[in-house]
Design a protein around this ligand. Structure first.
Ligand code: PLP
Ligand code: COI
Length: 341
């Protein structure tokens, strides 16, 4: 298969239309058999539940070209499982995770020409999503739904690749206690837009979201979980019911313990402790692990000892091991890699 002529090394994190997408429709209590289609457009009623009441959730995962030339995806079953949980919280029917995994494979295979080559620094980002499609005007769930997957080749999420970021403590709450912070609902991202635009206008790369209510504990960012490293090399990651259970973070916890022999603490992290950490990173599918060099809390600066020019040493080891597993340079734990072709 011949690759598309794309300047892989200079891709940003942006949408590029690819050849095929998957679509399945839910009506009368059942999903249809689903199909790959070419049309990237969606037509729906002006009164569709997704447009009026934001009944939608999504996922994000990537396909990689390995060192030996295969195309693989990373833990798609985990995304399928999380999407089932998101759908349940939003009163949508589950798209079964087994069908999810198979549909991801079909989309990647059909767009193999867009999967960036090994070593290019780019990857294929896969975006499954689901929404309530029929018209509702009273506040209630839809009863017809569309599940779709498209994919698009991407470069780094943050401009500058793996250069350390400067982030600020947000004045806005991302999630409510007992709300929807733990699922991948579109509404969480709609309400984060003002916060991220505000942070960007003030010259920051991202927000640090604190726990709603108390605002004393660290939660996450708009698109990634936090990982901290203590001065004695313990990996610390915030535990909270209102953050998204990142698949990257859960994988890194395993990598830290089982591959690197590091101590890991998953626990509540108070903002007051942050000044004592040696390293900080943002982890997620899009972010991979993006190092943080500076955290600013209303003018007060916390400068991580790892500095503003490169990743800290533990973050770097985690990054290299995780990407090594994803690109086939390092043996993956059983079941983590789905070979597409
Ligand atoms: N937190 C939020 C709010 C996200 O949007 C994401 C991205 O998916 C993550 C964390 C990281 O999750 P994952 O590692 O599963 O991509
Ligand atoms: C991801 O990492 O897949 C995300 O969803 C983060 C962001 C692009 C929303």
């Amino acid at each position: 298969m011949e690759k598309k002529s794309i300047d892989w090394a200079n891709l940003g994190f942006a949408y590029m239309e690819t050849d095929k997408r998957y679509v399945s429709y839910y009506k009368d209590g059942a999903w249809d058999e689903g199909a790959l289609i070419s049309d990237p457009s969606v037509t729906m009623s002006e009164c569709a539940c997704v447009l009026q009441y934001a009944q939608t959730c999504f996922e994000g995962l990537k396909a990689y070209t390995t060192e030996d030339g295969h195309i693989v995806t990373f833990r798609p079953d985990m995304n399928g499982e999380r999407m089932e949980a998101s759908a349940a919280r939003l009163e949508m029917p589950a798209f079964p995770k087994e069908r999810f995994v198979e549909a991801v494979a079909r989309v990647v295979k059909a767009n193999a020409a867009y999967v960036p080559p090994y070593g290019s620094g780019a990857t294929l980002y896969i975006r499954p999503f689901m929404y309530g499609k029929n018209a509702v005007i009273g506040v209630k769930p839809a009863d017809e739904f569309e599940f779709r997957i498209f994919c698009t080749p991407v470069g780094p999420y943050f401009k500058g690749g793996i250069k350390p970021l400067t982030i600020c403590v947000s004045d806005f709450d991302r999630a409510a206690p007992h709300g929807t912070g733990h699922i991948k609902a579109g509404l969480n991202y709609a309400m984060s837009l003002h916060a991220i635009v505000t942070a960007h206008k003030a010259g920051f790369d991202e927000n640090m979201d604190l726990a709603p209510g108390t605002r004393t504990k660290v939660e996450e960012t708009g698109g990634a979980n936090f990982l901290f490293v203590t001065k004695d090399n313990t990996v610390v990651t915030p535990k909270s019911d209102s953050i998204l259970p990142s698949i990257t973070r859960r994988s890194l916890v395993h990598v830290a313990k089982e591959y690197l022999g590091l101590k890991v603490e998953e626990r509540e992290v108070y903002f007051d402790e942050v000044k004592d950490f040696a390293e900080c990173g943002l982890c997620g599918t899009a972010a991979v692990i993006s190092p943080v060099g500076k955290i600013v809390d209303h003018g007060k600066e916390i400068c991580l000892p790892s500095g503003m020019s490169e990743m800290g040493p533990v973050t770097k080891k985690l990054y290299e091991t995780l990407t090594g597993i994803q690109m086939g340079r390092i043996q993956a734990p059983e079941g983590w890699i789905q070979v597409i072709e």
